[in-house]
Design a binder for this molecule. Structure first.
Ligand SMILES: Cc1cc2nc3c(=O)[nH]c(=O)nc-3n(C[C@H](O)[C@H](O)[C@H](O)COP(=O)(O)O)c2cc1C
Length: 178
C-alpha cells in the first residue's frame, strides 16, 4: 500500500449499522466534537447542584435562547425543573479536572474546592469564578423526550474571556490546536 492508500483505508467509513445500543450510539455520536460546560442551579432548599454537560447548544438570538439536556435518571432532575434560573459555564482548556469533578455522581459535594463568584441574589445559581464563558439564564421550558429532559433558557447575562476552550471528542478531552 502506498501512503495515499493508507490514508484512504484509515478514513474509509464503516458499513452502515443498525446497532442502536447506547455503546454503539455513543461511539458514532462521539465523532461530533463539542465544548464542555458545567451547568449549575440552586435546589428549592438552597443546595447548589451542578453537572458536566456537552449537550449545550445555542437555539435563538432574538430572543436569546439556549438549550441543554439532562438524563432523567439524574437525582437533580427535580431541582433543575423547579429552579427559576440556571447557569452554563463553558469550561476553559485548563479545566479538565473541573469537568471530571462535576461528572462524578459519587462525590458527596461536587462544589468542594471550586471557587465561586459572590451570589448575585439569594437563590441565584452558583457561578464558578473561573470559566471560558458564562451564560446566566432564566429557565423557560423543560421538555421530556426519550430518556432526557431538554431545558431551554433565556440568556439574561453573559461574559467570556480571550482564552481557549476545553474540547470533548471521542470520549477524550482536548484543546484547540492553533
Ligand atoms: C464530557 C461530558 C459530557 C456530559 N454531558 C452530559 C449531558 O449533556 N447531559 C447529562 O445529563 N449528563 C452528561 N454527562 C454526564 C454527567 O456529567 C454525569 O452523569 C453527572 O455525574 C450527572 O450528575 P448528577 O448525577 O448529579 O445528575 C456528561 C459527562 C461528560 C464527562
Amino acid at each position: 500500500m502506498n501512503a495515499r492508500q493508507d490514508v484512504a483505508a484509515a478514513t474509509a467509513p464503516s458499513a452502515l449499522s443498525q446497532d442502536l445500543t447506547p455503546t454503539a450510539l455513543r461511539q458514532s455520536l462521539g465523532c461530533f466534537p463539542s465544548g464542555v460546560t458545567v451547568v449549575t442551579a440552586r435546589a428549592a432548599d438552597g443546595r447548589p447542584v451542578g453537572l458536566t454537560v456537552n449537550s449545550f447548544a445555542s437555539l435563538s438570538l432574538e430572543p436569546p435562547l439556549l438549550l441543554w439536556s439532562l438524563a432523567n435518571r439524574s437525582p437533580n432532575r427535580q431541582a433543575f425543573r423547579q429552579a427559576t434560573h440556571f447557569a452554563i459555564h463553558v469550561l476553559a482548556a485548563h479545566q479538565g479536572e473541573t469537568a471530571l469533578q462535576f461528572a462524578n455522581s459519587r462525590l458527596p459535594d461536587k462544589f468542594q474546592g471550586i471557587a465561586l463568584q459572590p451570589p448575585l441574589w439569594a437563590e441565584a445559581p452558583p457561578l464558578l469564578a473561573d470559566s471560558h464563558a458564562l451564560f446566566l439564564c432564566e429557565s423557560r421550558d423543560a421538555i421530556e423526550s426519550g430518556d432526557h429532559t431538554l431545558f431551554i433558557g433565556r440568556i439574561q447575562q453573559h461574559r467570556r474571556d480571550q482564552g481557549a476552550p476545553l474540547l470533548f471528542y471521542r470520549g477524550q478531552f482536548g484543546e484547540v490546536k492553533t
